[in-house]
Design a protein around this ligand. Structure first.
Ligand code: ACM
Ligand code: ZN
Length: 759
């Protein structure tokens, strides 16, 4: 379906629900705390000729508002928007908008509060504007849930110039995001001028090419040079630009690993002395800074100092992720440092892991001398002895946030499985541009709760807020960057800003057309998946059916087929949940009134003896990938190639040990299940599977074993079907125990299993 069509359908219908076509609606994204409309008063008429009055110090906010409404037709009637500070609130970013027929007052608890009030006015405008806009009389009272509302951007793997970075900042401002984590250095490039070390940019900012295709699938490098860096003057200009938008920039100098660009520039900083090259690919290196050499520690101090003098933020991010210790183990200087510091290996941390702790402490001391604190990726927790003021950025799921808060650290939540915007946003891999992997659709972003389950109040106090990260290995252009960010950034904004009790995904989607209209006005590229129908399934064990429901958005019709054919305008229209009890292929899509079709979702239902049975698991699934939990293994829906689609159930370290009681006894001679491999993200092959059967539902006997140990764990990605045959028996219940392979490497290894079947 063409987006314009959907947008106008949605915009008209949403407006029809809320008010009239040219009416503003203050229920914007992120949703404010309170919106009260007073229908007894006439609306305020807003046009490009509306007068804007501001306090002197709010000149910039006034200019922003003027520019946001400059495209409106003239109001033709007198009216004033007044911007002022002085709102009494505990939250410095709070604002209140009061609309009367002749006056709109935006009052902030600070300049920032006024700024967010102005953003809300801007976003309240209708999607289609043909006349001056009616602003309903009433009051909006608002303040954010979290003071830290972050977005990260990697400008190393691909470089974005100063103007593009400013546009990125504009995008953050539109979503009330107030922290920009700027990832400036990595193995593939050094992108910030450092006066004391000019070769960092002379040499380190350039690489001759980039890996072609997916990491792990090949080694060919293209011959398109990637280079660029920001001068300190450009950086000062960008910092000032961000500050006008009430955005603080937190620079990251990723150390002691991810330093190949620095090593290529100054080979004496490494353990072996090189030679080193700026990397054209994404991993597989062993070389990192050598903390055994005084010169390297001075380098760290000098670079961090120069960066901290440039950036006013009270934080500097020092990376700390993914640091292989191979070189340190062999380096005489590193080993001498370990001896000098009296470091002893413990059960929890090798001497080299603790040597990284020394680097973290050193950097934190430098930061403290500048009146600042460090932020580090969650690996910094691997060393017990890190400074209390170090902030932990949890990226490998939420574990770093949980552990960090237990140890009394402030934390920032950036879990990869919810907030990595370099991950795929659709499971339709055939049409998506190549991405690093994963699966983080808008709804998954929206569902993230920064206070992790089980956190005490004291731990919650230490959660500064959530942030989404965009690594740019597979993001070569700024337009592609926008495609990866939008509209996931809108979902992030509600995670960061909106009170949890007010969050509702369906409501969020109905509010999106106005924001999308702002994207269009600004010329931002964005992904369209949000307008597709969401198809949900729920197994009904009692009835032995799978209930299917689909979300229908205003102005669209969902049509479906059950024979695998692509739905067309003549396919059945969905009106109420379906109840499915036999093999079929379900395909569904939203259609506009003129017959344009959105993305088709397809699911396969296969019904056999265990389907809709009563299932228990001896070991809990791994919570981030539990999806539908045990029931997903016998809901009849068969997992495809995407291990994050919700069909699969993930197990971390534990076996998938499932016992299923059938709805009625059945004679069976074959059990099957699938596993899913997506290297290198964590999907793991299994070692063996054991099948047990029970005729009475209580006593089980061993039926067969499938030995899978010869299978190569690094075989190609995809879903694999495994079948185990045995002599026919009549069973009431079945137990399948699938034992994972031993994990290796730094990644968690997750065993993904789906759909236990028996015939
Ligand atoms: C990370 O994604 N390596 C922090
Ligand atoms: Zn060394």
């Amino acid at each position: 379906m063409k987006l314009k069509t959907i947008l106008s359908i949605l915009a008209v219908s949403v407006a029809a629900i809320n008010a009239e076509a040219d009416m503003a609606d203050y229920n914007v994204v992120p949703l404010p705390l309170s919106v009260e409309v007073d229908g007894s008063q006439k609306p305020f008429v807003l046009g490009s000729d509306t007068k804007i009055l501001t306090e002197k110090k709010l000149d910039r906010e006034g200019d922003f508002l003027r520019s946001y409404i400059s495209f409106l037709p003239k109001a033709g009637v007198k009216g004033t928007v007044e911007l002022k500070t002085g709102l009494k609130s505990d939250n410095p970013e709070a604002y209140r908008i009061t609309v009367t027929p002749k006056r709109i007052t935006v009052e902030g608890a600070s300049d920032a509060g006024v700024f967010y009030g102005v953003q809300t006015l801007r976003k309240s405008l209708p999607a289609d504007i043909t006349e001056a806009v009616m602003m309903p009389a009433g009051t909006v009272s608002d303040s954010p849930r979290f003071a830290y509302r972050g977005a990260h951007l990697d400008v190393v793997r691909h470089f974005f110039d100063a103007d593009e970075v400013k546009t990125f900042i504009d995008m953050l401002a539109l979503h009330n995001i107030n922290k920009f984590h700027w990832h400036l250095t990595d193995d593939q490039g050094w992108r910030i001028e450092i006066k004391k070390y000019p070769r960092l940019t002379e040499v380190g900012s350039k690489r001759p090419g980039t890996l072609i295709g997916r990491y792990g699938a090949g080694t060919e490098i293209d011959s398109i040079p990637v280079e660029g860096f920001y001068t300190q003057d450009q950086i000062r200009d960008i910092i000032a630009y961000a500050a006008e938008h009430h955005i603080e920039i937190i620079p990251e100098i990723d150390l002691p690993s991810h330093m190949m660009a620095a090593l290529a520039s100054y080979s004496e900083l490494g353990c072996t002395g090189g030679p080193y090259e700026v990397l054209c690919t994404w991993a597989g290196y062993k070389d990192v800074l050598c903390p055994g050499k005084d010169m390297t520690m001075e380098f760290i101090g000098d670079v961090l100092s120069e960066v901290m003098e440039l950036f006013p933020s009270k934080f500097i991010h020092i990376g700390g992720d993914e640091c292989p210790k191979d070189r340190w183990k062999e380096c005489p200087d590193c080993q001498a440092r370990i001896a000098e510091l009296g470091i002893k290996a413990t059960d929890e941390a090798s001497a080299e892991t603790q040597l990284q702790g020394y680097v973290t402490r050193y950097a934190a001391d430098v930061a403290r001398r500048h009146g600042k604190s460090v932020i580090g990726w969650d690996e910094i927790l691997e060393c017990e002895d890190i400074p209390q003021d170090a902030v932990v950025m949890s990226w490998r799921g939420i574990d770093g946030a949980v552990k960090g808060t237990v140890r009394g650290h402030r934390v920032i939540q950036t879990p990869n499985d919810y907030l990595y915007f370099d991950y795929y946003q659709s499971d339709n891999m055939d049409v998506e541009p190549l991405a690093i992997g994963g699966y983080v659709p808008v709804e998954r972003v929206y569902s993230f709760e920064p206070f992790s389950e089980g956190m005490t109040d004291a731990q919650k106090q230490l959660v500064m807020g959530p942030q989404a990260n965009l690594w740019t290995e597979y993001v070569p252009t700024f337009s592609h960057l926008q495609y990866m960010e939008l509209p996931r950034m809108a979902a992030l904004a509600e995670v960061q800003w909106t009170a949890p009790e007010k969050k509702n995904y369906h409501d969020f989607k109905c509010r999106m057309p106005r924001l999308i209209a702002r994207y269009e006005r600004e010329g931002y590229n964005y992904a369209r998946h949000i307008f597709d129908t969401d198809v949900n399934f729920r197994p009904d064990r009692e009835a032995g059916v799978l209930a299917m429901s689909a979300s229908v958005y205003p102005g669209t019709t969902v049509r479906y087929t059950l024979d695998g054919k692509q739905p067309s305008v003549s396919s059945a229209a969905y009106s109420e949940p379906l109840r499915l009890d036999s093999d079929c292929v379900i395909a569904a899509a939203a259609f506009s009134p003129d017959g344009e079709r959105g993305t088709v979702t397809t699911d396969t239902l296969r019904v056999s003896a265990p389907t809709f049975g009563d299932i228990t698991l001896a070991c809990e699934p791994y919570s981030p990938f539990a999806f539908g939990g045990a029931d997903a293994l016998v809901d009849g829906l068969v997992g495809g190639d995407n291990f994050r689609s919700g069909r699969w159930v993930g197990f971390l370290g534990d076996p998938c040990d499932a016992t299923v009681t059938f709805r009625s006894p059945a004679s069976v001679s074959r059990v099957s299940f699938k596993t899913c491999i997506v290297w290198p993200e964590g999907a793991l092959e299994f070692r063996k599977a054991e099948v047990y059967g029970s005729a009475d539902g209580n006593n089980f006997e061993h039926l067969a074993t499938l030995d899978n140990s010869a299978q190569d764990p690094a075989q190609g990605n995809g879903a694999y079907l495994h079948e185990i045959n045995f002599d026919t028996v009549t069973l009431k219940a079945l137990r399948v125990v699938i034992t994972p392979c031993e994990p290796s490497g730094i990644w968690k290894r997750i065993l993904f299993v789906d759909e236990i079947q028996a015939q």
